[in-house]
Ligand binder design. Structure first.
Ligand SMILES: [Zn+2]
Length: 162
């Protein structure tokens, strides 16, 4: 029997430790490291690549916990993306949202950050069967999965002031 990653369900990525694949295991480790950060113990703030920790020093305890939560959410959403690719089936609404996400990713001005494919789910359902819809969604997800993961610092700062 093939072994699947216990976090994302992948059977193509090599399992490296604790039944997790080479993509999920480092992320799970980062989540664990962040969970163990203690406000009053800066020495417990193990470094997370791509995150500027000097921000933490200026925060009160409440803000500090919000940043922790936001960082964990961002890493978890990466694992969720993998899990979605390997275990879920997609529908016309997913395709509509993915097309909108891609058009926003590719847009080069703030002005055209509109939802180009708003309301497209009905059109997609008329044009394509479920199998085709699922297939196209998987290819778009695969592009997202293979983009380099970067923490969203804008969202981190929004979390502090929320
Ligand atoms: Zn995995």
């Amino acid at each position: 029997m093939e072994k699947r990653c216990k976090s994302c369900g992948s059977d193509i990525w090599k399992l490296v430790a604790k039944n997790e694949c080479k993509r999920c295991y480092p992320i799970t480790n980062k989540i664990k490291a962040i969970e163990s950060w203690e406000y009053r113990k800066p020495e417990s703030w193990l470094k997370i690549s791509g995150f500027d920790q000097t921000v933490l020093k200026s925060l009160n305890e409440n803000e500090f916990e919000k940043v922790k939560r936001e960082l964990i959410t961002q890493f978890e959403s990466r694992i969720y993306l993998y899990k979605r690719y390997f275990t879920k089936s997609e529908d016309s609404m997913s395709l509509e949202i993915l097309l909108n996400n891609f058009s926003q990713l590719l847009s080069n001005s703030d002005k055209d950050r509109e939802w180009l494919f708003h309301g497209y789910a009905d059109i997609i359902d008329k044009e394509l069967d479920n199998k085709s819809i699922n297939f196209i969604c998987k290819q778009l997800l695969w592009i997202l999965i293979n983009r380099r993961f970067k923490l969203d610092n804008v969202r981190i700062h929004q979390a502090i002031s929320s």
